[in-house]
Write a protein that binds this ligand. Structure first.
Ligand SMILES: [Zn+2]
Ligand SMILES: [Zn+2]
Length: 252
């Protein structure tokens, strides 16, 4: 499987980072995890044909994880996309979809074929040698999901936006790759109620001990304290720590 980080940014504007979006490619099929602002442009920069995208798995519907969806649909329509785009997400995907096409952009409705698939905890979607299983995360009161991707004997987990959860730690134990949000440095712990801070990330890594971790969704305030924060992580985890950057490719 080839995993490409399209966007690794947070909900704050960042000149070097698009917002969250991850492409995973297996046996010639292209699928996305989230599609925040700038994702489509990254696909173009990488010369990836966006018409090959089969499925999008949304962790939740905050702007920084979903705002390029309408852009993609409009572009697919103008470029005569004739396949069916499958979209998956937490239960409120139906309400969100209705709001996008009946509320905000009615001119885009039914321009391409889209199948909407609301997911519950424990659901497992199987296609093309891959299983994508929903995992419990916790992002305040926002309906949201993490995703565990399994293929051959490999496992990859994408946390979405979340505070630490036991379910993520359990599902990430010993896996090949954990892609986890790390929003803020410990100095902002008090203010961080719906995201993960460094010491919490260290605990997740210590308990789950994945082979590698890619940190994403990092706010500029974390980078301001990067050196110190990385030391904290390394005290608790001896595996491979990667600070995700846009257009980074990981082959598994
Ligand atoms: Zn969010
Ligand atoms: Zn976010």
């Amino acid at each position: 499987m080839k995993i490409t980080l399209l966007g690794t940014g947070s909900s704050m504007a960042d000149k070097n980072r698009a917002q969250m979006s991850i492409l995973f490619e297996h046996k010639g099929e292209f699928n996305l995890l989230d599609i925040g602002s700038g994702a489509l442009r990254r696909l173009m920069e990488l010369e990836i044909d966006f018409k090959k995208i089969k499925r999008i798995f949304f962790t939740h519907f905050h702007v920084d994880h979903s705002s390029d969806f309408a852009t993609l649909v409009q572009t697919m329509w103008l470029e005569d996309f004739s396949d069916t785009l499958e979209i998956y997400g937490p239960q409120n995907i139906t309400q969100w979809y209705d709001a996008v096409f009946n509320g905000v952009y009615p001119y885009l409705k039914d321009k391409i074929k889209i199948k909407v698939n609301p997911l519950q905890l424990g659901d497992a979607i199987k296609f093309n040698g891959i299983t994508v299983k929903t995992i419990k995360n916790k992002h305040g009161d926002t309906p949201s999901l993490a995703y565990l991707i399994s293929f051959d004997d490999k496992r990859v987990l994408y946390s979405g936006d979340t505070v630490p959860t036991n379910e993520i730690i359990e599902a990430a134990t010993g896996i090949d790759l954990l892609i986890h949000e790390l929003a803020f440095p410990d100095s902002l712990k008090e203010k961080s109620t719906v995201h993960t801070v460094t010491s919490q990330m260290a605990e997740i890594l210590e308990k789950a001990n994945p082979k590698s971790v890619i940190l994403v969704h990092i706010y500029p305030m974390w980078f301001a304290e990067q050196e110190h924060e990385l030391e904290t992580l390394q005290k608790h985890y001896s595996g491979n720590i990667i600070i995700g950057t846009d257009k980074q490719i990981i082959n598994l």
